[in-house]
Design a protein around this ligand. Structure first.
Ligand SMILES: C[S@@+](CC[C@H](N)C(=O)[O-])C[C@H]1O[C@@H](n2cnc3c(N)ncnc32)[C@H](O)[C@@H]1O
Length: 279
């Protein structure tokens, strides 16, 4: 069911990924591409398996899994943002099908897929649980679902400090960003991810981790990276003109000084979960 809040959230997410599509793979020294490659590895796709990549984005994991199946057309990548699908199609010569489709309503028959992947998609869905129930429905018995999500608890003090500053900025910002409940930010915590997979019916759930990181040279580089971390910092930072941005750099520099060696360092931690439909 669509509500004003869900529509607002979906549009914010879609606009963000539309704007980011061309730099998605190279952002933050290729952190997204590394995560997608690891997702494909974790999926351990075998020859001829039928695969659905939900929120396929630019298709890095999709292409790797298509290679592993060895059967043209055995992999389908779906996404709601045409610009992301266009990047995926352009980079692909494997015969993979890319379709515009929402994760919450899958146009696939019951038990028709062997492997489902969600590479950093779940936290961007307004109804992640609804989508997992759909995934469970379309998976065949014995099939598996592999999910990756950012693990926010691995954030550095510099990240915490920056987001606290952005929240202060909201008072002076012309657009009030929509904010979802705090449990959304916790989706990448292994315990939380395991629980929602279990609630959707999955069993034999295991998790693993990947951590990458960067130290920026100063406030300007930091903000240019953080602007593409997600819809919230993007809305906040892209809505600032030069004057406000310079002011923010000054405030950020002063606060970061207190962190000493930890200044301008950020971590991108990912949790990967593999869950099975055991029948
Ligand atoms: C962080 S990107 C992940 C891309 C890729 N899976 C990866 O691992 O690099 C999240 C993707 O989810 C897509 N997305 C957001 N909401 C969606 C929805 N309701 N249904 C399907 N895809 C969605 C976005 O357009 C975006 O391409």
């Amino acid at each position: 069911m669509s509500t004003p809040q869900s529509t607002r959230y979906r549009l914010l997410v879609a606009d963000f990924f539309d704007a980011m599509s061309s730099l998605y793979d190279s952002w933050a020294h290729g952190a997204n591409a590394k995560e997608a490659a690891r997702l494909a590895e974790e999926a351990r796709v075998g020859t001829g398996e039928r695969v659905l990549d939900i929120g396929c984005g630019t298709g890095t994991a999709t292409r790797m899994m298509a290679e592993a199946t060895g059967v043209p057309g055995a992999v389908v990548g779906i996404d709601v943002v045409p610009a992301m699908l266009a990047c995926a199609r352009e980079a692909d010569s494997s015969g993979t099908v890319y379709a515009r489709m929402a994760a919450e309503s899958l146009a696939f028959a019951d038990s028709s897929i062997d492997v489902i992947t969600y590479g950093q998609t779940l936290p961007y869905l307004f109804e992640p649980k609804e989508s997992l129930h759909e995934a469970y429905r379309v998976l065949a018995n014995g099939g598996r679902c592999i999910v990756s999500c950012r693990q926010r608890s691995l954030s550095t003090p510099a990240q915490e400090l920056f987001f606290a500053l952005l929240r202060e900025e909201e008072q002076r910002h012309p657009a009030i960003p929509p904010r979802l409940s705090a449990d959304r930010a916790a989706l990448g915590e292994p315990r939380v991810l395991t629980t929602i997979l279990r609630e959707a019916g999955f069993r034999q759930i295991s998790t693993s981790h990947l951590v990458t990181g960067i130290t920026a040279t100063g406030a300007e580089e930091w903000c240019s990276i953080m602007e593409w971390l997600g819809p919230y910092p993007h809305l906040m930072l892209s809505g600032m003109g030069k004057v406000r941005r310079q002011e923010l750099y000054g405030r950020l520099d002063r606060r970061m000084e207190e962190l000493g060696d930890g200044a301008y360092t950020f971590h991108l931690g990912f949790t990967f979960a593999t869950a099975h439909k055991t029948g």
